[in-house]
Design a protein around this ligand. Structure first.
Ligand SMILES: [Zn+2]
Length: 337
């Protein structure tokens, strides 16, 4: 870790931005603040009874493991629209990571099966059980970590970016929403393929993958540019959960001047020390593609403290689990297609 560089980044965000933070806090619901006397949906502006507010709207996707951040001013129809249009792509982007990071979504931790049928991963009462067949090239074993070579299901990059923008707008202080009317309008466009907006210069993200069994507490931070500062993006959104951190610029057409797209990585919780399980990987991901991406390879690293190996020649994995008293937890399957 380069301390000088880290302190530069900390200073950059401290001097140029005001920030707000939501931290996952052991099971307590945290409502995003709003004025409940005049309840309007923050995404369509409509009021009850023109729209309903019956569904529980998650400010951060449940797929990322959010159970606490709840939005009270997202109407059921906007909630349905975003869920249908964006969630699935976000889920596919995470792919195998949902299993490896043991992210507890609504339906539990998904099981994973590789496309060639040689590798299977289940979440159990004793942690992850990884079944790998001889001759499989899906897994590389290292001293205290395993490297997985997997494939993502077909997904649309711009939808992943939009899913993150939607989360960023969900947590944004309500009084800022008028500056993001174009952004909401763009999010609600029916097709990803054609748009009346040019959001091209925004649509990328800084992704960090932090291997290791001590996963990051969910934390979402928004950085809003201070009023005396110019020429840098108005709103930066940063989300940490499990082994991931995602950082995006949120489009704000009315506040952003021309800025050179030099994005400074937000200092992450993983950068303050702690044990290392393989190296943290940071990468710039272009999410501007509007069409589907097929068969994208994804390499993920799983660090561990203890592992037991079994040679299961002659018995099935289910027989082994039975013998060892390992119980599969409720799950939802991810099969590489
Ligand atoms: Zn609405």
């Amino acid at each position: 870790m380069d301390l000088q560089e880290l302190s530069y980044r900390m200073g950059y965000y401290m001097y140029n931005y005001d920030h707000f933070t939501y931290v996952h806090n052991a099971g307590q619901t945290q409502f995003v603040d709003i004025d409940l006397t005049d309840k309007a949906c923050r995404f369509c502006g409509k009021h009850y009874p023109d729209v309903k507010f019956k569904k529980k709207a998650h400010a951060i996707s449940e797929l990322a493991g959010n159970k606490e951040f709840v939005l009270r001013n997202e109407c059921d129809s906007c909630n349905g629209f975003f869920g249908q249009k964006l969630e699935d792509d976000f889920s596919k982007y995470l792919g195998l990571g949902r299993t490896l990071s043991q992210i507890h979504a609504k339906d539990g931790v998904p099981s994973y099966k590789s496309r060639d049928g040689k590798t299977r991963i289940d979440f159990t009462n004793k942690g992850l059980v990884i079944q790998d067949t001889e001759g499989s090239k899906n897994i590389e074993h290292h001293e205290n970590y395993i490297l997985f070579h997997a494939v993502r299901d077909t997904y649309t990059p711009v939808a992943v970016y939009k899913a993150l923008v939607k989360m960023a707008l969900s947590l944004l202080p309500y009084e800022q929403m008028p500056f993001f009317l174009d952004t909401v309008d763009w999010l609600k466009e029916d097709s990803h393929l054609s748009s009346k907006y040019d959001m091209g210069s925004y649509q990328s993200m800084i992704e960090r993958y932090v291997p290791g069994p001590m996963t990051l507490q969910m934390r979402a931070t928004g950085f809003i540019r201070k009023s005396n500062v110019k020429n840098i993006p108005y709103y930066i959104f940063y989300l940490e959960f499990a082994n991931y951190s995602f950082q995006i610029m949120v489009p704000c057409v009315c506040k952003d001047e021309l800025f050179s797209v030099k994005v400074i990585p937000v200092p992450g919780a993983d950068e303050t020390g702690g044990p290392s399980y393989g190296t943290s990987k940071i990468k710039f991901v272009d999410l501007s593609k509007k069409t589907k991406v097929k068969d994208e390879p994804i390499d993920l690293c799983l660090g561990y403290q203890t592992a037991e190996r079994y040679d299961v020649a002659g018995i099935t994995i289910d027989e082994l689990l039975n013998k060892e008293g390992i119980i599969l937890k409720k799950r939802l399957d991810i099969n590489e297609k």
